[in-house]
Design a protein around this ligand. Structure first.
Ligand code: UDP
Length: 259
């Protein structure tokens, strides 16, 4: 790991100061844990060997394609197996969840059978707070507490829906249903201008991905529900995207789960 100054350490990533002003380096760890917003009864953590390498590669690929499609992102380039260079942004304190199909605690809470396709896509906001378990909030709460402005929220919704349409098609093309996913956004200051950028990562850690044929889970739910085969599932997502890591099996010694 590099000796750069560490800015922040989260559950799955470490953020370092970047080589130039206005940049940061995201380091992808193999550590994993259940999310606070998911309404799971127990919070567990563990390690999925090789996950960081896969998520770095998958997120690089998806962020790049999303950027090509016209939604601006913080991603600049991948530096090595576990690190990527990104623009430094002020993270907007909202967890944005986009849902196409009912799953998990959403399905339980509203009494909908898991797997039911929603009549329209739902964009949900949670206030980003570990202590409060990322509570669900409305645009009223967001405006009231000044977490984001109404015009910024409009932009976030539009960027989220464009990302959803694009990713749903991309995954459908490789036999994967995009059930739901989480996005985070940040403010990037360019001279006098503020731009909203898609930030964080997009990987099987923050998407629900189901195989179209078998409905097999190919995402972090394998860990959340003790299904096993996490690393294999993440690897299969990378394989179908055509982006398996260059250095091969030495860095990906298989699906070892350490609790
Ligand atoms: N999600 C995430 N981080 C969070 C909250 C949600 O990555 O802090 C993702 C999660 O992987 C899933 C989607 O967002 O793909 C919805 O998950 P949530 O935890 O809200 O659970 P649900 O209510 O669907 O069980």
């Amino acid at each position: 790991m590099s000796r750069r100054r560490q800015i922040y350490e989260g559950k799955a990533k470490i953020l370092f100061e970047g080589p130039e002003p206005g940049t940061v380096v995201q380091y992808f760890k193999d550590d994993t844990s259940t999310n606070s917003a998911s309404g799971e009864d127990t919070n567990r953590s563990g390690t999925i060997i090789g996950k960081g390498v896969l998520n770095n590669r998958i997120s690089e690929y998806l962020m790049s394609r999303i950027g090509d499609m016209g939604v601006p992102t913080h991603f600049i380039r991948r530096l090595n197996m576990r690190e990527q260079l990104c623009r430094e942004v002020d993270i907007i304190p909202l967890v944005v969840v986009v849902r196409n199909i009912a799953a998990g605690s959403f399905a339980r809470r509203l009494g909908i059978v898991e797997g039911t396709r929603l009549p329209r896509t739902i964009v949900e906001f949670h206030y980003k707070s570990n202590e409060l378990n990322d509570p669900l909030v409305t645009e009223e709460h967001i405006a009231c507490f000044g977490w984001s402005s109404p015009s910024e929220i409009d932009e976030i919704i539009s960027m989220s829906l464009r990302t959803n349409d694009f990713l749903s098609g991309l995954f459908m093309g490789i036999g994967i249903r995009l059930v739901d996913f989480k996005l985070e956004f940040g403010r990037f200051f360019m001279n006098d201008e503020i731009r909203t950028l898609l930030a964080d990562e997009i990987s099987p850690d923050n998407c629900r991905l189901w195989d179209v044929e078998t409905n097999d889970k190919m995402d972090k739910d394998r860990f959340r529900h003790n299904l096993g085969g996490e690393a294999e599932a993440y690897q299969e997502v990378a394989r179908r995207l055509g982006i398996t890591p260059e250095s091969g099996p030495r860095d990906l010694p298989g699906p070892t789960l350490i609790q």
